[in-house]
Design a protein. Structure first.
Length: 348
């Protein structure tokens, strides 16, 4: 009797954590790039809850190299695709969900024979870019979820649209005064690195006495450019967290879909971020714990503003803690599962 009760309680707790979902299939862009940061973070969050997360095979792919950022994401060879898709057909039911990040792959989802079934999985379109909105969605799509606070660009699609933030992966901001250092956050191209040095130079003309800390996989890329400079430090890529925790500001130059994630990384280290407000999600975060810019000239101005105003930096650091609480990974995961559970329940 006691054993049965214990098993029942365990099952109830597990069901609450997963909202009854046992499998989630991610349908990502069919390009050569790795899954974006948001997809990788969601995958990790769902997996930690005990939900099986897999990927729909890429049509025609011969690549078998797994992604380093999300091990579950693999481009399967042709000889395995038919078997993999057959297994998906047999394993997808009302306890499953399909999250599509690339609207061009909806035809492949329809091929899984999920349309019209009463026990079919929940199908969600993860929309990240307001500039790339499809004209319409297939009838099998139940819900649109976007990390942007404004849902207007997708509301004409005829399905419910909900805004759920980007999960934060870092911890609480570290207190205390820090050296006058600007940490360049995130992987960057040679062009972005050049822009960072130029932006930093312009800001230092207004507020001298700071240094720029750069973390790179290949340190030789910039050794020759900054070898004679005492105001630029070069560190290995895996030292980024340490560098951020010993800096006062973060400079984020990416303009891609992981922009908001990188701003949150900075917030996790207690750093206000100076970055382009290129997406609604990034603009929202920067309005609370950072300095937004739209042009290269504005970026230098925002950086100098952050360097010059220590009281405001302290206020921004306190705001960063509030932003992190709003974007807690567990909270984001709960919101996703609640939405999908409500869609499934309302089908009855």
């Amino acid at each position: 009797m006691h054993l049965d009760l214990g098993i029942t309680q365990t099952i109830n707790r597990a069901t609450h954590v997963t909202r009854g979902f046992r499998r989630i299939v991610m349908v990502t862009a069919a390009g050569d790039g790795l899954p974006d940061r948001l997809v990788a973070d969601l995958t990790d969050n769902f997996s930690r809850r005990g939900i099986e997360v897999t990927q729909l095979a890429f049509t025609g792919s011969e690549d078998t190299t797994p992604s380093t950022s999300a091990p579950a994401f693999i481009k399967w060879p042709r000889r395995r695709q038919e078997k993999a898709r057959q297994n998906l057909d047999e394993g997808l039911d009302r306890q499953s969900a399909i999250i599509v990040t690339d609207s061009s792959r909806f035809d492949e989802v329809a091929d899984l024979r999920v349309t019209g079934r009463l026990d079919r999985p929940v199908v969600v379109f993860l929309a990240t870019d307001p500039d790339e909105v499809p004209d319409e969605l297939p009838q099998l799509v139940d819900l649109v979820v976007t990390p942007n606070p404004e849902t207007g660009p997708w509301e004409h699609l005829g399905v419910p649209v909900c805004s759920i933030g980007v999960p934060a992966t870092a911890g609480s901001p570290a207190p205390g005064e820090r050296p006058k250092r600007v940490a360049l956050v995130g992987p960057c191209t040679d062009a972005q690195l050049s822009d960072a040095l130029l932006t930093f130079d312009h800001a230092c003309q207004v507020v001298p006495g700071w240094s720029l800390e750069v973390c790179l996989d290949d340190e030789t890329r910039v050794r020759s450019a900054v070898a004679v400079r005492r105001d630029v430090g070069i560190h290995p890529a895996d030292a980024e967290s340490t560098v951020m925790n010993q800096s006062e500001l973060a400079l984020v130059l990416t303009r891609k879909e992981d922009l908001a994630s990188r701003i949150l990384d900075a917030a996790g280290a207690g750093l206000p971020a100076v970055a382009y407000a290129d997406t609604p999600a990034a603009a929202d975060l920067l309005s609370r714990c950072g300095y937004p810019a739209t042009t290269t000239e504005e970026l230098a101005s925002s950086l100098s503003q952050g360097m010059a105003d220590a009281p405001l930096r302290r206020i921004q650091r306190e705001s960063a803690a509030e932003v992190l609480a709003d974007h807690d990974g567990s909270t984001i995961g709960d919101a996703w599962l609640d939405l999908m559970f409500n869609v499934r329940r309302n089908r009855r």
